[in-house]
Design a protein around this ligand. Structure first.
Ligand code: BGC
Length: 381
C-alpha cells in the first residue's frame, strides 16, 4: 500500500507545484485534461473530472489552464446543437428517449466523440459542474459578464439540464443508470444556481428550489435523516423507492461546493456522520460506498479531500488537516497521487483480482491532484 514504510517524505508544500505541473503536462494543447495518462481507458477528458480540475487550477493561480478547458468544451457543445434541440423537442412532445441518445460524459482529448465505449455514457453531473466551474472562473477573474462566445453553449446546457434533471442516469462512478443520485442533482443544482445568479435568471433559481425539494422529499432516509445513495422510479413510474439505502461519500458535494445544504443543516449533518461511521477507514481515508467492488472499495484521494473540505466548513479544522496529511502520505516517490489506495479492511483477494486484470489503480489521477490542491487552498486561504 502507498504511504507505508516509506523513508522519504513529501510535504504538502512540495506536492502543490508537483500537482500543478502534472495537470499542465497532461492537458492536451486543445484544452482537455487526461483523466490519467498511465491507465488504459482513462486517456479521455471527462467533463466531471475536467471541471473540478479546472477549478483547482483557478484557485491555484493557473487561470489560463482553466480557461483552456472551459473553452475546449465550448465547440463540443456547439457541435451538438442540433442534437440537443432535437432531444428537447422530443422531450416536449413526451417521446421516450433511449439513454444512448443523450450527450456523452467524456470525449477524446482533441474533442472528438468517444463513439466506441459501450458503458453508461448518460451522466448529467459533468454538465452541471461545467456550468458551475465556468461561473467560478469568471468570478475569480473579477469578470461580471459572460463572453458572448460562450453564451450559446451555456444556453444549450442550461436548457438540457432543466429538461432532463429528473431522468435516471449513471452516477459519478458511472454506475446504476436506472436510478437518481444526490451528487448528480447537487452538480445540476450548483450549475443552474451559478448561472441563475450570474445572469440574473430567476427562473433557474426556481428550478434549483424544485431540485432541493425533490432531494428532501425523496432522497432523505425516512428514519435516519441522511441522504441515501440512490433512488429509483417505482414500476408505475410516478413515485420513487430507495435504490441503495446506504450512503455514498459523493453526497459531500451537496455541501461543498454546491451548497444545496449548509454543513450544519440537519440533513447534511446526518449525512456527514453516516459517512464518518460507514466510509472512513481506520487510518482516515474515505471510501465511495460500503459495497464498492472496484479494487475492493479502496479509500479515494479525492473523497478524502472532499471530507477535509466539508470538515473545514463544519468548523472541524483538525479533521481537514488530518485529511490533507493522509493524502500527502499516499504520494509516491515522484509525488504522484493514485485514484484510490487499499486499506486495512480491503479484501485482498478482490484487490488482487483487479490488480491482475488492470494493474495498480490509476496513477497519477489528475482529479486526485486537483482535490488535493483545493483542500490545501481551503486550509491556507
Ligand atoms: C470513476 C469516474 C471518473 C473516471 C475517470 C472512473 O473510474 O468512477 O468518477 O470520472 O474514472 O477518472
Amino acid at each position: 500500500m502507498n504511504g507505508q514504510e516509506q523513508d522519504w517524505h513529501i510535504t504538502a508544500e512540495q506536492l502543490t507545484p508537483i500537482s500543478k505541473q502534472l495537470i499542465i503536462w497532461n492537458q492536451h494543447p486543445s484544452g482537455g485534461y487526461t483523466a490519467c495518462p498511465l491507465f488504459a481507458n482513462y486517456a479521455y477528458s471527462w467533463l466531471r473530472d475536467g471541471s473540478f480540475i479546472a477549478n483547482a487550477m483557478d484557485v491555484s493561480g493557473e487561470p489560463e489552464s482553466a480557461a483552456d478547458f472551459y473553452n475546449w468544451v465550448n465547440p463540443i457543445i456547439l457541435r451538438m446543437k442540433t442534437r440537443i434541440e432535437l432531444l428537447l423537442e422530443r422531450f416536449e412532445r413526451g417521446d421516450s428517449i433511449e439513454q444512448h441518445e443523450f450527450l456523452h460524459t467524456r470525449y477524446q482529448l482533441d474533442g472528438r466523440d468517444d463513439h466506441n465505449a459501450e458503458w453508461g455514457h448518460f451522466q448529467l453531473d459533468g454538465y452541471g459542474t461545467w456550468l458551475w466551474g465556468l461561473v467560478e472562473h469568471y468570478r475569480i477573474a473579477g469578470q461580471t459578464e459572460m463572453p458572448e462566445t460562450i453564451a450559446d453553449s451555456v444556453d444549450l446546457v442550461v436548457r438540457y439540464l432543466c429538461a432532463f434533471w429528473e431522468q435516471p442516469n449513471f452516477d459519478c462512478w458511472e454506475e446504476r443508470g436506472d436510478q437518481l443520485h444526490p451528487s448528480t442533482l447537487a452538480c445540476i443544482y450548483g450549475g443552474l444556481e451559478a448561472i441563475g445568479r450570474f445572469n440574473g435568471r430567476t427562473d433557474l433559481l426556481e428550478i434549483c428550489a424544485q431540485i432541493k425539494q425533490f432531494i428532501v422529499e425523496h432522497m432523505v432516509h425516512p428514519e435516519r435523516g441522511y441522504v441515501v445513495k440512490s433512488i429509483q422510479p417505482t414500476y408505475t413510474g410516478n413515485e420513487y423507492e430507495i435504490g441503495y439505502g446506504g450512503v455514498d461519500a459523493s453526497a459531500l458535494w451537496l455541501c461543498e461546493p454546491f451548497q444545496v445544504f449548509a454543513a450544519d443543516h440537519p440533513v447534511m449533518a446526518a449525512t456527514i456522520s453516516k459517512i464518518e461511521a460507514d466510509l472512513k477507514t481506520t487510518d482516515g481515508g474515505i471510501r465511495r460506498y460500503s459495497e464498492d467492488e472496484y479494487y475492493g472499495g479502496g479509500a479515494w484521494i479525492l473523497l478524502t479531500a472532499w471530507y477535509g473540505w466539508v470538515s473545514l466548513a463544519s468548523g472541524k479544522r483538525l479533521e481537514a488537516e488530518q485529511a490533507l496529511q493522509w493524502i500527502v502520505k499516499q504520494a509516491d516517490s515522484l509525488g504522484r497521487l493514485p485514484e484510490q489506495v487499499a486499506h486495512a479492511e480491503t479484501d485482498s483477494e478482490v484487490y488482487q483480482g483487479w490488480l491482475s486484470r488492470l494493474g495498480t489503480p490509476a496513477t497519477p489521477l489528475l482529479w486526485s491532484h486537483a482535490m488535493f490542491l483545493v483542500l490545501n487552498f481551503q486550509l491556507v486561504k
